[in-house]
Design a protein around this ligand. Sequence first.
Ligand SMILES: *Cc1c(COP(=O)(O)O)cnc(C)c1O
Length: 421
Amino acid sequence: MDHFNYHRGELCAEDVPLTRIAAQVGTPVYVYSAATLTRHFGLFRQALAWTDHLVCFAVKSNSNLAVLKLLGDLGAGMDVVSGGEYARARAAGVPGDRIVFSGVGKTVAEMRMAIEGGIRQVNLESEPEMRALSALAASMGAVVPVAVRVNPDVDARTHEKIATGKSENKFGIPIARAAEVYAEAAALPGLQVVGIDVHIGSQLTDLEPFRAAYAKVADLTRTLRADGHAISRLDLGGGLGIPYRRDNNAPPLPIEYGQVIRETVGDLGCEIEIEPGRNIVGNAGVLLSQVIYVKQGEGRDFLIVDAAMNDLARPAMYGAHHDIVPVAEPAVGAPVRPFDVVGPVCESGDTFQKGAELPQMAAGDLIAFRSAGAYGAVMASEYNSRPLVPEVLVSGDHFAVIRARPTFEEMLARDSIPEWL
Ligand SMILES: *Cc1c(COP(=O)(O)O)cnc(C)c1O
């Protein structure tokens, strides 16, 4: 459930008509709902209420400081995958002891930043990284709590570009070799083994891959404890999917996901960490855009809009679907017809949807791409020198610009021409 609904004939974010935001901020613009973010975060907390837990928001899904502050103030931890994300989490007021550092290739500089600033746990992804962290921590006189990310070789049954738990993926250490790696970790200076980490992919719409992976984590916990390791935390990753199509079967709910966690690892007495991103913020955001032209093509009509693949990359990158809806509520029974909704960027891949069923549309009309809060703004670029897309946060009947659209001057000022040119 989200808070983007029609009121008095117009699509609103909570109590704010999107037309008002378009008039004041311009388009394209991302619009997030604070009430939806709060609600979704609460659902995960509720799903794990049966145990000690920390819900660590996956910062990579939406890293705006205002979004991080909102969630951090609710008690969320943060899952970061770079020094930049660590800096964002800290700037949003999240203490280091609520930040988990994930990511396949942490540099020494990034790990130093985390040790200096404070870190709850580093999730190790390889033996060379483990040795590098050990050497660094020892040289700094620090002891860093660590978990090893294991690759359980489970098929997440999701899009191949966002599956991470099969043995051919680059993530983690093969679970069969875990005992050996934990033995080395325990022997190295500067590291304190605290748990096990797993993350099998994103946009999972079925609980069975989670169940399979978590059952393997439970077995590994018992093995490692028998080997003398103090496993007190399990980081079970993120990945629970969201409904991208309104008319589709909805993916499982956080409460059902929490039940799978309880059934698989609930008897181990571990603190549970999870790292949801998409499920918290995906349906808490829309991308608001304006129709520039309606163009008659051969056998199809194009809706040329002012958002493009540089603003919302998922359709071009993954063939992803976002429901597209008009901001003006169509009359009941109004006829619809198919449009190919495209952006102005000079790439055929800049197509959001072919054959989107929409009512009569005209230049100047507003549309919204739904479910755009996760992996939307964070993947935006300035390709075609289109200034970085702005972001707005709505709460009740008010809103604030939480990232302003750069002016052309600001965009150009980042380049410099050497004096020898
Ligand atoms: C991407 C990622 C997540 C978040 O995944 P969602 O599908 O957005 O929930 C969590 N943990 C790790 C390690 C990730 O790489």
